[in-house]
Design a binder for this molecule. Structure first.
Ligand SMILES: Cc1cc2nc3c(=O)[nH]c(=O)nc-3n(C[C@H](O)[C@H](O)[C@H](O)COP(=O)(O)O)c2cc1C
Length: 330
């Protein structure tokens, strides 16, 4: 293994390439997760995408992935405390994933301590998504093994910092850090490793993979978009999400309406409003990604679209990125 690919992250999981196919609601399907792992990177299961979008019972979905690859896979645990029912369901999913042999967890939002307490005793590792130092400190105090640093170019919910700023901000915590955001081309991966990142988590690049279940229209939109076509909209979840500017997005506008905005600000109704947004957005994003929503072109993507020029098999993407990072000889 080349020097750049041999990092604390790849060593701790026993994988060849420190490249993660990040969890994506609604784009993570079992075939995509398995293909990235099988090629030497690691795919991360998004439980709601696995069950609600792709219709697999959770344990059966993991077993399907296990039949497609024997290599390690991960799971994303969104651990926001807003709903007790959701938290209970996530707790069951974590237990099932552990029973089925998953040993890599990526936590987002909230306090990851309860996940760490379950995962460490069986020898697994937990990386926590962070956009700023304060969340990194929270993760470190909860005992996580590494950080996923989500920068301002990322798909999903981007953070406020550049890749360089965020790495500098958390460097003294002495945890391995993965770069999330803006990595669309092999040279971007190599640059992140050279900057000092222990690996990278990609989302948008893998939507434009043959195995991804997203519609052809969504994949084509990623190929034709430039980075200036990526805008942030609050209309989907109430907090800014990176999407491709389409006529539909333009018609809707980018900001939450005045009533929603007031309700989001008001503490007691905020929870209710978030739940409303969550349920509505789950349904709308599912339809838009599968191409069953008519003209609702609600396509999440990050600025890494700039480096994405073709739909390719996920394994080829992993190998091409590995080659670019390995070919440096340092
Ligand atoms: C369509 C889409 C859906 C996403 N959904 C999730 C999610 O459910 N959970 C999560 O932790 N991150 C989610 N992300 C973030 C990705 O896991 C990853 O960190 C991010 O896409 C990296 O930026 P990139 O798209 O520029 O590669 C999503 C990203 C995209 C593009």
């Amino acid at each position: 293994m080349s020097g750049l690919l041999d990092t604390p992250f790849s060593r701790s999981l026993g994988i060849d390439v420190p490249l993660v196919c990040g969890a994506m609601y609604p784009c993570s399907n079992p075939e995509l997760v398995a293909a990235v792992s099988d090629a030497g990177g690691i795919g991360v299961i998004q439980p709601i995408s696995l069950t609600y979008v792709y219709g697999h019972e959770f344990r059966e979905g993991i077993r399907l992935i296990r039949r497609l690859t024997t290599r390690p896979v991960g799971m994303n645990a969104l651990i926001e405390q807003s709903s007790r029912r959701y938290r209970e369901r996530m707790s069951r999913w974590v237990d099932v994933a552990l029973e089925e042999g998953v040993r890599f967890f990526v936590t987002s939002l909230g306090n990851p301590r309860w996940i760490v307490e379950r995962v460490h005793p069986v020898g697994g590792i937990v990386y926590h998504d962070v956009t700023e130092r304060k969340w990194a400190l929270k993760g470190r105090d909860a005992g996580v093994d590494g950080l996923v640093a989500v920068n301002r170019r990322a798909g999903g919910h981007p953070g406020p910092r550049t890749a360089r700023e965020l790495l500098d901000e958390v460097a003294d915590l002495e945890l391995p850090v993965l770069c999330a955001g803006g990595i669309g081309a092999p040279a971007d991966f190599r640059a992140a490793l050279r900057m000092g990142y222990a690996g990278a988590q990609l989302g948008t690049r893998f939507i434009a993979a043959t195995e991804c279940g997203a519609s052809d229209a969504y994949k084509s939109a990623i190929l034709s978009a430039g980075e200036d076509d990526i805008v942030l909209t609050e209309r989907i979840t109430g907090v800014p999400v990176a999407v491709i500017r389409t006529p539909y997005i333009e018609r809707m506008g980018l900001h939450a309406g005045p009533i929603a905005r007031r309700l989001l600000r008001w503490r007691r109704s905020r929870h209710w409003m978030r739940t409303f947004y969550a349920l509505r957005s789950l349904r709308e994003l599912k339809r838009a990604s599968l191409g069953t929503s008519g003209e609702q072109e609600y396509w999440q993507a990050g600025k890494s679209v700039a480096g994405i020029t073709a739909v390719r098999p996920a394994g080829e993407i992993v190998r091409e990125f590995a080659h670019a990072a390995g070919a440096t000889g340092d």
